[in-house]
Design a protein around this ligand. Structure first.
Ligand SMILES: [Zn+2]
Length: 58
């Protein structure tokens, strides 16, 4: 296995899917490669959390 360069579907930036991450994905049983770069993934997570916070309040 080697590092892979993937393109983020959100910002179209290239990012590296490292050998270690690939191993982690395989261990978790994920069949799909990551679709987003780390920064977009982080943003997405934060947005999701904000959304859940809003729902919780209402
Ligand atoms: Zn991105």
């Amino acid at each position: 296995m080697a590092d892979k360069t993937l393109v983020c579907r959100d910002c179209q930036e290239q990012f590296v899917f490292t050998e270690g991450e690939q191993k982690f994905y395989a261990e978790k049983g994920f069949e799909n490669e990551p679709q987003r770069c780390p920064s977009c993934r982080k943003m997405k997570k934060q947005q999701k959390r904000q959304f859940q916070d809003r729902q919780f309040r209402y």
